[in-house]
Design a binder for this molecule. Structure first.
Ligand code: SF4
Length: 467
């Protein structure tokens, strides 16, 4: 902050008061007039200048359009004091937490300020809150043509995104694009201040651009709508293809969600590889993957091998107690509940999660227990790819270059959770295991044979009764 304060004073000493990386006209006044034309505020509008610098843009716009009323927001005390000394109405605040009542502003403008937001979607969502119906979000900033933000963020605490990424975030936040324009700068102010060599390295391949969005009243994206109503959101990431597709589809929300992954301790290496890649992608954006670790081996040890059919004589508690059978078998749902669902559920409760997001699809179920938007067990559920087909998921993963475990190529219909699982016979993973994990496959076949012998025994009783 101290650095920003001395930079502010130095720029003002040189006669610069409009702190924009580029000017669209040779003079600051001409530049601001041009911005005003592009922003096109209605007569008598209340205009909020988010990240207002020293108030020069609002002052110059006010001179051109005396009918406008300005509210300024700046999180830097020094710059806010300069604004106040000029008699401007300024709030010392962060533009992600505007001290402004809902639906009270006609226009919110960001002039080379949005670039300092670590999460454009979150900022846009806050803007939507304070705008009146039909209100305008105006952004003047850099648009990225290529490259990334690593050096720019490190040196300037700023980021430039592609036009597609900006428009996508705005649409999710509930805005309709009215106009986006790329401009040839009349003055490349940041380049002049930094020097061309440093500018090229730090800022890279960017152009000045303006976006004019209008607050959308109808048809708000269901994801944006759910996200706007919850502050504790948990994404349950399994490492399977549906889960991966849903997670990357919600990339603009990564910073708003806690992303959980449950590891039973018996995962397929192919799943681990996918999770590692996703974890790296998340880390690159500053998001941590929260791992929940359970112990399926201990569960199988205590309650028996999981199976899709459970002979009553082999069930824990009364069954085995009465029959004396040596082999203990539990149902697959009991085993999954103990090893997966319960630990995950407990963590959601402990973390105060109120919205659970999953990559669940309708065509995976005869009758899904919950559908997107349902509320149950104290949570709301959001399934962003609920209506997608398996083909659409595969196409999405391919188009986006996202990781996919190789067991799908061998005919697995779902992502298998545990290598030593003796249940979920409809998953179709045995061929894959035979080919890629022969030792584990041999153990699996031995265990399945033991289960089948017990099922056959009970089945004989059934057949005998029927004859
Ligand atoms: S996948 Fe199989 S072994 Fe793993 S928790 Fe579920 S039933 Fe148990």
């Amino acid at each position: 902050m101290r650095q920003l304060e001395s930079a502010t004073d130095a720029l003002m000493a040189k006669g610069m008061t409009v702190f924009n990386g580029a000017l669209l006209e040779p003079s600051e006044y001409g530049h601001v007039r041009r911005l005003l034309q592009l922003m096109d505020p209605p007569a008598g509008a209340v205009v909020l200048d988010a990240g207002c610098g020293v108030g020069a843009v609002a002052t110059l716009m006010g001179a051109e359009r005396p009918d406008l009323e300005f509210i300024l927001v700046n999180n830097n005390e020094h710059q806010a004091e300069i604004c106040k000394a000029s008699g401007l109405n300024v709030h010392l605040a962060d533009f992600n937490h505007l001290p402004i009542a809902d639906g009270t502003v006609d226009v919110v403008m960001f002039n080379f300020a949005m670039c300092h937001s670590a999460d454009w979607f979150a900022t846009m969502r806050e803007v939507r809150r304070v705008l009146k119906p039909g209100g305008v979000l105006f952004i003047f900033d850099y648009v990225r043509a290529s490259g990334d933000n690593l050096v720019m963020w490190h040196r300037l605490g700023a980021a430039a995104h592609t036009n597609q990424a900006v428009c996508h975030s705005a649409a999710l936040a509930g805005f309709r694009l009215h106009e986006s324009l790329i401009h040839e700068p009349a003055v490349n102010r940041l380049r002049e201040v930094m020097g061309p060599d440093v500018f090229d390295v730090v800022v890279g391949d960017v152009w000045p651009a303006t976006w004019r969005f209008v607050r959308q009243e109808q048809g708000l994206d269901p994801v944006a709508w759910a996200m706007s109503r919850h502050t504790r959101v948990g994404f349950q990431f399994s490492g399977g293809r549906d889960s991966t597709a849903a997670l990357y589809l919600l990339r603009p929300y990564w910073h708003q969600m806690t992303i959980y992954h449950l590891d039973t301790g018996d995962q397929f290496p192919a799943t681990r590889d996918v999770v590692a890649r996703v974890e790296a992608d998340l880390a690159a954006t500053g998001v941590k993957l929260e791992r929940i670790v359970s112990d399926v081996s201990a569960v199988r040890e205590q309650f028996g091998m999981p199976s899709d059919l459970v002979p009553v004589d082999n069930h824990a508690y009364v069954g085995r107690h009465v029959s004396g059978r040596a082999l203990q078998i539990q149902s697959r749902y009991e085993c999954c509940a103990r090893s997966l669902m319960h630990p995950m559920h407990q963590r959601m409760i402990a973390d105060g999660i109120t919205l659970i997001v999953r990559g669940q699809r309708d065509d995976e179920f005869n009758r899904p227990p919950y559908r997107s938007g349902d509320v149950g067990e104290g949570f709301e559920f959001l399934y962003p790819i609920q209506s997608w087909t398996g083909e659409r998921v595969s196409a999405y993963l391919q188009d986006e270059g996202l990781p996919l475990a190789d067991y799908y190529d061998s005919g697995a219909r779902r992502a298998p959770e545990c290598m030593g699982c003796t249940a979920w016979w409809d998953e179709g993973r045995a061929a894959y295991m035979r080919q890629k994990h022969p030792a584990e496959h041999a153990v699996l076949v031995r265990n399945l044979a033991e289960i089948r012998a017990e099922i056959d025994r009970q089945y004989q009783f059934l057949t005998g009764e029927m004859q």
